[in-house]
Design a protein around this ligand. Sequence first.
Ligand code: M6R
Length: 607
Amino acid sequence: MCGIIGYVGGKKAAPILLKGLQRLEYRGYDSSGIAVLNGSIRVTKTCGKVATLCEKVSENNMPDGVIGIGHTRWATHGAPSDINSHPHLSADGRFCIVHNGIIENFAELKADLTAHGIPFKSETDSEVIAQLVQYLYDGDMISTLRNVMERLSGSYAVGVLCADSPSTLYAIRKDNPLVVGLGQNENFIASDFAAALEHTHNFVQLNDYEIAQLTARAVTFFDRNGKSVEKTPYRVDWDISLAEKGGYPHFMLKEIYEQPKAIKDTVSARIKGDNIVLDRIEFSASNVNSINRINIIGCGSAYHAGIVGKHFIEKYCRISVNCELASEYIYSNPITDNRTLTVVISQSGETADSLAALRLAKKLGSHTIAIVNVLHSAIAREADDVLYTYAGPEIAVATTKGYTTQVAALYLIGLKIAKVKHIISDARYSELLNEIARLPEKVSEILKDTDKIKQYAQSYADHKCVFFIGRGTDYAASLEGALKLKEISYIHAEAYAAGELKHGTISLIENGTVTLALVTQEDLYAKMLSNIKAVQSRGGSVLAISSQKNMQIGKESDGLLAIPDCDDDVTPVLTAVVLQLFAYYIAAKRECDIDKPRNLAKSVTVE
Ligand code: M6R
């Protein structure tokens, strides 16, 4: 996730900016840079670590200016490279910006500015902001920035330098965090407290569509109409180590809480009115109609996301979908040809088995689409097409936002194909599109109150074994729930298709055995109820996860965790969040090394 620091005061800016960037390293990044204003604006930026940037800054003899901005970048548009790193200068060199977020209409803006003779250097969406500031500059930065915000769509937290205002730093934001740190004769902007906490504990939150104007001695805020806004500062007494995890005790919890934003970033940029636009992937009628099989391939949670996708795509596209473990696919003499669409899913984009599967599918003549989080990773580069999940960097080994954004991306692909094939009614299409767009809001609802999940989790923390059952798409979601629990808490956990219990596994149910039953599919309630009763009659206890509209299931179980009401076809995103928290709180109670579970690596680059 990108990080921002900005400084204006009486001290040399460069060392403060570099230190601030080091404080932001925990967020994950692939490149970094700073800009200092001292008469003119000087930028030093580089691909790689902040340590490399520090070396480059001392080689470049950065000016002694007392105002500047810095950035750690996590690539989303354009490969990690020196040129694509921030800060970005405007073509005339008078304006300079750092940006977190995604500018959804950057292509249109870039075309427009290019037509007005403004040259671009990078492939990023962010550079458009620097060029737009230059283009719209009317001598007054506040009115210029108001106009800039009018033109931008998407999400942004932006720090801006203007050579014509050599003692003033500016910031704007929408849907991306930005705080203003208030010091003694010095002030800061930062994407989170960590970057400025060693200089000040007093902060002000910038709200959507507000502008901050900072000098060494004063900070002024304006709303989108240019009216000045009064704000009350608050004190942050955090210890710096806590601040580096954004206040969360573990990266995993932080990443669980980042899901509303991650899903929103992944989905909203692709929903244009009633249309789904999947970047450059061409879903023409002839392409789609020529597909007679879809293979979805991945490992671990990516494979589980694929199984959720299989249910959705088969239901709405009426195309047969095989979901394959990458490590099995590559040694299976797979049925794959030029009428097969292969979708390879990988958060890291570097998983060796998935990469090998991608290469094999291509060799067999299949068109390949990668659903990947890490920009320009091997799988992203080698696939014919790529659909990025905009989850931001995932640091905890156990994937959370990586998984839910993969599921969301698969929903978009399924719905797109169904629409192109004309086999979904307009009404159902719109209903589902709306449900997908509302997922972030529903995930936020779950995250608002997690006490009950925590209580149940803590009461099960001493169990040796937990079963997860479900049917259909709930079974797919159970697989991920069980993996989360075993990977971080070391409790043996198994997911079963609920109807399969009676074919063997039910012999393991005894007094006190815990089973989590996922019951979100209305047409399967009755069947699930029989499975729940079968477990209970052998002495097992059942914690049901169901939607609020199905309260009856709570009465029939030993406990209930309710997810917000939503369409049955998209519940796996919501149940995933509950199950992530359930696993997290059990592991926390057991004092496990949650972010780095034993024997596991974040990216498995060996077969
Ligand atoms: O980076 P990838 O998505 O390709 O990784 C695949 C699996 O290794 C990964 O999902 C793994 O199962 C996670 N640790 C699960 O939390």
